[in-house]
Ligand binder design. Structure first.
Ligand SMILES: [Zn+2]
Length: 304
C-alpha cells in the first residue's frame, strides 16, 4: 500500500513533475484494483480528457479523482495541493498559511482553507481509533493569547488523554497515542462524553483526585487516582503533563493569535503529528491518504 512509502524531496520532484502525475497517483490510490463506478460498480469508463473526468460506460456517471475528497472541486491545481501536503507533512513544527502562500503561490485565504481541510482530514483519521491500555487523563487550559482581551480570547478547557506502555527494557513508561478534546465545561457528564468517545472500555485510567473523574468506574473503566499535586500524582500523570506543555508550545510557535473557534483543529493537528511521530518519513503519503478518504467542506461550513 502506498501509505507505507517514505518520500523525500528528491523522490517527490521525480514522481510529481506535473498535475497529470498527481492525478495518476490519486487514481491508483482511489482505485487500486482499477476503476470502479461509485454509483453502479461497473469497471469501465470513458476518459473526458478536457475536464479530467471518468464517465461510467454503463450508467454515464461522471467522477473525478478528487470527488468526495478534501480536494473536491478545488480550483487549486493538484500539484500545488501535493506540494502543500508535502510541506505540511515534512515540517515537524507545522506550517502556517503564510508559509504555504509563499511556497505555492496561492492567496492567503486559499492557503488558510487548504490547511484547515488538511486538519479536518487529520482529525477524521484519528477519530477512527480509541486509546487503550494504561491511560493518563487530565484537563488543561489552552488559548487566550497574551495581552489580548475580549470575546474569543478566553482560555478554553480541554481533556487530554495519553495511552502509555512500559518500555521494552522495563525501565520506563513511554507514551503511545494521545487525544485532546475541548470541552464547554468540566463536569462528570463531560468527562463521560470524552472518555466514551476516546477510550476503549475496560482500559485503566489514571487521574488526580478531581471529583469530576469519580464516575469512571461506573462507566466501565478501571480508575486509579492520586492526590493532586503530590509527587506520586505528578509521576503518574507525567506524560499527560508533558503533552499538555508540548501542545501549548506547538500552538504558540506556529500559530500566533489563534482564534478559539479553530483551536480544536490545531489540537487535532498536534495529536495527529504526535501519534505518527514514528512514521515521520511516511507522513506525506499518509496525509494524502487521509485527505483522499475524508470528505470536503466549504468555507461557509468552517466559519459558520
Ligand atoms: Zn456507473
Amino acid at each position: 500500500m502506498a501509505q507505507q512509502e517514505s518520500i523525500n524531496l528528491v523522490d517527490f520532484v521525480k514522481r510529481f513533475p506535473n498535475d497529470n502525475a498527481c492525478r495518476k497517483y490519486l487514481f491508483k490510490m482511489r482505485w487500486p484494483e482499477g476503476f470502479k463506478c461509485p454509483v453502479c460498480g461497473n469497471g469501465e469508463y470513458y476518459l473526458l480528457t478536457k475536464y479530467h473526468l471518468y464517465q461510467c460506460t454503463d450508467c454515464n456517471h461522471q467522477v473525478s479523482v478528487t470527488a468526495g475528497t478534501v480536494m473536491h472541486k478545488t480550483k487549486v491545481p493538484l500539484l500545488k495541493w501535493f506540494l502543500a501536503l508535502f510541506l505540511v507533512a515534512t515540517d515537524k513544527r507545522g506550517c502556517s498559511a503564510l508559509t504555504i502562500q509563499r511556497h505555492i503561490k496561492v492567496n492567503y485565504k486559499t492557503a488558510w482553507l487548504m490547511l484547515h481541510k488538511m486538519r479536518h482530514a487529520m482529525a477524521r483519521q484519528d477519530q477512527q481509533y480509541l486509546l487503550d491500555g494504561l491511560i493518563q487523563l487530565d484537563e488543561a487550559y489552552f488559548g487566550g493569547p497574551n495581552g489580548k482581551q475580549g470575546r474569543g480570547t478566553e482560555k478554553a478547557v480541554a481533556f487530554v488523554a495519553v495511552s502509555t506502555a512500559i518500555s521494552e527494557d522495563n525501565q520506563a513508561i513511554i507514551p503511545l497515542f494521545a487525544k485532546i478534546k475541548l470541552s464547554d465545561k468540566l463536569s462528570m457528564q463531560t468527562v463521560k462524553d470524552f472518555v466514551v468517545g476516546a477510550i476503549e472500555p475496560g482500559s485503566k485510567i489514571t487521574t488526580d483526585y478531581f471529583g469530576i473523574y469519580n464516575s469512571l468506574n461506573d462507566n466501565g473503566f478501571k480508575h486509579d487516582k492520586y492526590l493532586s499535586g503530590s509527587p506520586e500524582c505528578n509521576q503518574a500523570l507525567d506524560w499527560a503533563h508533558t503533552i499538555i506543555s508540548n501542545a501549548k508550545t506547538f500552538i504558540l510557535g506556529t500559530y500566533h493569535g489563534l482564534a478559539q473557534r479553530y483551536l480544536q483543529a490545531y489540537l487535532d493537528e498536534y495529536c495527529y503529528r504526535l501519534n505518527r511521530r514514528k512514521w515521520v518519513n511516511q507522513l506525506f503519503p499518509r496525509l494524502l491518504n487521509a485527505c483522499v478518504s475524508s470528505s470536503t467542506f466549504t468555507l461557509a461550513e468552517l466559519t459558520g
